[in-house]
Design a protein around this ligand. Structure first.
Ligand code: NAP
Length: 302
């Protein structure tokens, strides 16, 4: 049996469109109604055809839904929740895919105090955005972290879990605050570092921008992929997960200062020990199937 029969997707960018493609593959009889605030996106989604219906308002999209999935930037969650408040059916489950969880839960609970809210975060993505960027296998063998509030009904949690498992994800349940701390170090801090390095390189005076691009294969290139991620999404992530990001940034700055000292005082052993430890972490990520071991990150060089 399908966990949901009428799915409303609000926000039809990378994640919304990937969910739609994945639902089409895994639950072909489920009906998908979409809405996006951008009329050009709505028109494009009609052309691409991955929704059964595209509504002109968020309220119209949710009116018959048994699952409403908010796939908008984290900073837009409050507005969209208020927009659907009068049309959201009492028995619908409302979920989201936001990259930070505590602030989203607070926003949704405030705007929709009686709603059945089961937040989740699929830990899967690319640096691309928009409705053309989505694909059905995005969630295969990726983690989806659900952060249901204490008051959530077990049956509701089970249905959202079944939904994500059907899309190919492995599901883990976590407290929202803990999720935000974990993701601050595994995702938010790396993005901040990538944005900083690429920003610093583009501001250098003694090295031209042309040289930075020409010789980027030395490591810089991989940071540019992360730093190409959507500016709206990432602005919202940092502002909504401020405490955890600042805490991790403090730890990172201290560790960076220690490295600076090790280089200044020729402490090669300290550098070697740290690099050996970090290499082992990379090995574990590959062993656990979270990345592949192809040389040069799987790039082809024909
Ligand atoms: P995206 O490709 O930029 O798509 C977001 C879409 O939502 C855009 O079309 C945007 O329109 C639309 N939108 C913005 N405000 C809206 C509103 N109030 N009502 C309806 N539509 C609205 O972004 P995404 O990568 O799919 O990210 C969506 C969510 O998934 C975010 O909360 C993000 O944190 C989370 N997430 C992202 C990733 C990732 O790697 N990208 C991974 C996991 C989770 P405009 O372009 O006109 O603003």
């Amino acid at each position: 049996m399908l966990p949901f029969a009428n799915i409303a997707l609000i926000g039809l960018g990378l994640i919304g469109s990937s969910i739609a493609h994945a639902v089409r593959d895994a639950m072909p009889t489920a009906r998908i109604t979409g809405f996006d605030s951008d009329p050009d996106v709505r028109a494009r989604v009609l052309e691409l055809g991955f929704c059964d219906d595209v509504s002109d308002t968020a309220g119209a999209a949710v009116i018959d839904a048994d699952l409403v999935m908010l796939c908008v930037p984290v900073g837009a969650m409050t507005d969209i929740a208020s927009e659907i408040a009068t049309d959201l059916p009492d028995d619908a489950i409302i979920s989201d895919v936001g990259s930070s969880k505590e602030s989203v839960l607070t926003a949704l609970t405030r705007a929709l105090p009686k709603a059945r809210i089961i937040p989740a975060h699929p830990v899967a993505g690319t640096e691309h955005s928009g409705p053309d960027a989505g694909f059905a296998t995005l969630f295969h063998d990726r983690w989806c972290i659900m952060t249901p509030p204490q008051s959530a009904a077990e049956g509701d949690i089970a249905r959202v879990r079944a939904f994500w498992e059907k899309l190919g994800a492995n599901v883990e349940i976590m407290d929202a605050k803990h999720h935000d701390l974990v993701l601050a170090v595994t995702s938010h801090l790396p993005h901040l570092i990538a944005y900083t390095i690429v920003g610093t390189a583009s501001d250098l005076e003694d090295v031209t921008r042309g040289e930075v691009i020409k010789y980027s294969a030395g490591g810089f290139r991989d940071f540019t992929r992360i730093a190409a991620s959507d500016p709206t999404m990432w602005r919202d992530v940092f502002l909504s997960n401020k405490d955890a990001v600042l805490e991790m940034l403090q730890r990172f700055s201290e560790d960076l200062s220690a490295l600076q000292r090790a280089i200044r005082w020729d402490k090669g052993d300290e550098l070697f020990d740290l690099f050996t430890k970090t290499r082992a972490i990379r090995r574990r990520i590959i062993e656990e199937g979270q990345d592949d071991a192809a040389p040069d990150f799987g790039r082809t060089h024909e």
